[in-house]
Design a protein around this ligand. Structure first.
Ligand SMILES: Cc1cc2nc3c(=O)[nH]c(=O)nc-3n(C[C@H](O)[C@H](O)[C@H](O)COP(=O)(O)O)c2cc1C
Length: 297
């Protein structure tokens, strides 16, 4: 571990270390208008949702190297309105063009080739190509410092939300594979939430899991099972009862396995844990518990 105080490093190092590790960050593609009504579009990845009821967003805009305000900040201050568009993979390359520091008054819709779409409750345009668009009113702008690079936190509330119906799954949730979201990493790197990058962990908060502290010591000190395997075992709410265990023992396909691990020596312990790992890697957590209980009695 490298341990350091923020002031131990140069501004550049600190920036690299923090942005290169706190990620992937979603991208707020902020559309604003200046006081004369000229459009501006820029990406901001110091961004997240703060609450869904009401829908509150936060994103942060740093001062330019010369200490001046970026156009989005100036416009948000002057008009109190912003449209936050989300960025998916098919938009990413064009979006990056809007990160170029064009002079104020340059229309990044024209530079990047995105299509401006009129909003309904605020004046800035939406980005037609974006699958999710939030029309927002700026609630507050918090300025921490006026030095170059210092951040200004924008707090905004969505007053109208637009979702592309194609991203909706039949059960009315969002299909992440269709949404195909990108995240910002460090340097010029991005990540994509699609296919094998997406995985589910079903651990409903209201269902009280037994936890690591209720796992047998032999499993917790295993050299075969990892924290991931132990968490699968610890994530259940109940253990199988004696009747289920007896039924499991009687099943013919388990007989050979049970015979092989009958002797309580180190070899059979390893075999048990190896088999447990196989069950868990195959997504068979209940079978893993049944097998463990059947062999440990
Ligand atoms: C993906 C991406 C994320 C960015 N995130 C931020 C950010 O969180 N804060 C920031 O100040 N600048 C960020 N930038 C840089 C701004 O987009 C850039 O300074 C832009 O020119 C600002 O435009 P504006 O002056 O029109 O607002 C990011 C750039 C890219 C490409």
């Amino acid at each position: 571990m490298i341990t350091f105080k923020p002031e131990d490093f140069t501004k550049k190092q600190r920036h690299q270390y923090i942005l290169g590790t706190v990620n992937p960050r979603p991208i707020c593609f902020a559309s604003t208008l200046n006081q004369s009504g000229q459009p501006n579009l820029a990406p901001y990845s110091f961004f997240n949702i703060f609450s869904s009821t009401p829908p509150i967003f936060i994103f942060s805009i740093s001062n330019r190297r010369d200490g001046s305000m970026k156009d989005t900040l100036q416009n948000a201050r002057d008009t109190g309105e912003v449209v936050i568009n989300l960025v998916n993979y098919s938009m990413a390359r064009q979006m990056a063009i809007c990160g170029v520091e064009y002079d104020a008054g340059i229309n990044e819709f024209e530079k990047s080739g995105f299509t401006p779409l009129p909003s309904e409750m605020v004046k800035p345009f939406r980005v037609k190509e974006s699958p999710v668009q939030f029309e927002c009113k700026v609630l507050e702008i918090k300025t921490f410092d006026d030095k170059p690079g210092a951040a200004n936190l924008i707090i905004a509330e969505a007053v109208l939300i637009h979702l592309d119906e194609n991203i909706l799954a039949p059960d009315d949730t969002i299909d992440p594979n269709v949404l195909d979201m990108v995240g910002r990493l460090g340097n010029f790197n991005y990540s994509r939430a699609k296919g094998e990058s997406i995985f589910a962990i079903k651990q409903p908060p209201a269902e009280i899991a037994i936890g690591f502290d209720n796992l047998p010591e032999t499993l917790k000190s295993s050299k075969i099972l990892t924290g991931h395997h132990l968490a699968l075992l610890a994530g259940v709410t109940n253990l199988p009862d004696e009747i289920d265990v007896a039924r499991f023992k009687e099943q013919s396909q388990n007989a050979n396995l049970m015979a092989a691990v009958k002797q309580p020596n180190e070899g059979s312990l390893n075999l048990i844990q190896q088999k447990l790992k196989e069950f868990l890697d195959d997504g068979k957590t209940e079978e893993a518990w049944l097998f463990y209980l059947a062999t440990s009695k």
